[in-house]
Design a protein around this ligand. Sequence first.
Ligand SMILES: NC(=O)c1ccc[n+]([C@@H]2O[C@H](COP(=O)([O-])OP(=O)(O)OC[C@H]3O[C@@H](n4cnc5c(N)ncnc54)[C@H](OP(=O)(O)O)[C@@H]3O)[C@@H](O)[C@H]2O)c1
Length: 377
Amino acid sequence: MQTIAVKEWGGLNVSRLGIGCMRLPTKQEDGKSAIDKPEAIKLIRATIDGGVNYVDTAYGYHDGNSELVTGEALKDGYRDKVSLATKLPSWLVHKEEDMDRLLNEQLKKLQVEHIDFYLLHALNKAHIDNYRKLGYQKFLERAKADGRIGRACFSFHDDAETFLDILNDYDWAMAQVQFNYLDDENQATLEGIRAAGRKGVGIVVMEPLRGGALANPPDGIRAMIEEREPKRSPVEWAFDYVAQFPEVKVILSGISTLEQARDNLGIFSRLPETLSAADQAFVAELKRAYLARTKIGCTGCRYCVPCPQGVAIPDIFRPFDDAYRVNSMGSFEWGYKDKIDKGIDASKCVACGACEAACPQNIAIIDNLAMIRDKYN
Ligand SMILES: NC(=O)c1ccc[n+]([C@@H]2O[C@H](COP(=O)([O-])OP(=O)(O)OC[C@H]3O[C@@H](n4cnc5c(N)ncnc54)[C@H](OP(=O)(O)O)[C@@H]3O)[C@@H](O)[C@H]2O)c1
């Protein structure tokens, strides 16, 4: 049987691969997708049987049902085989008592007495300001002292400056960050990850495949990967890239099928500790090839706004290009709905041309807005 890579981390032997319970198998019920509970339990247990000993969930995943199903999956002796991580929903914390109340509710939902890694979820500037006002450090100390949680941690979605501010605010055990070879200069950034390492704060990686996009590269990039010797799949390049950084302790994968579980367990059984200089150069080439895939070419300088009609031009164009790069227009569509709801979408353009006169990149803004309106409104 294959053995997956394990790392010593603060007295634990953690598997380098962790299962993220945010993308469990689902079925359609009343037009809504609900977790396929038997399949999800089978998948979580098969992954643990394959050597994974780190399980990540959160209060909010699958409309609040991920913790319930994860708790079921961890019965029959599975709880003792893993480190369990879950997250306090920062957006539901309005007063000090909310923190204890939500943690207690999570322990019940998970049917456990102790959570090994407890994260303040999705920290950003606004959330950390709120937590500071409510005395989050006292709450975490209290929860550690009474044994409800083991290690106090945070997950993060904001810029590098905010990451460093939060990192230096408390004696964290771990930070969970979005990191993959396209995002080494986004959000916490590689610099931030290195700073965490210097402080002894372990890094758990989320979105190593950019939510699955790096597993399905556009044709030109797929050809580059297929021609490269020795052979590695797109998924393998993405995992091998993040695994080479010593600060990275666990890499989470939101595994959705048994086939993906088998594939990922295989990859983590031959995970290299480092990438050769030639392999690093190849990953840099892949990144350049993704970044070169640009449909509109907006640099986000914002010279074009405010638009007299209120169209959020750069906030439409930038996510469009980001999604186009990784062949994942569904993610653009999802965010664009919010622009429609707010009445700041492409359909509000009256072709006055004020934006085009201001754009230093000479982008055909009116035509591009029309293209987006015709397809996504
Ligand atoms: N704290 C936070 O704010 C936050 C935010 C995001 C994620 N997370 C956590 O981090 C975990 C990992 O993030 P993620 O789920 O975005 O990870 P990811 O690895 O970037 O994406 C997971 C998706 O990749 C695809 N995939 C996985 N293995 C594959 C394989 N072998 N071959 C082909 N496709 C494969 C699947 O998508 P398809 O089935 O659609 O192809 C899967 O749903 C989450 O599950 C969650 O627990 C936390």
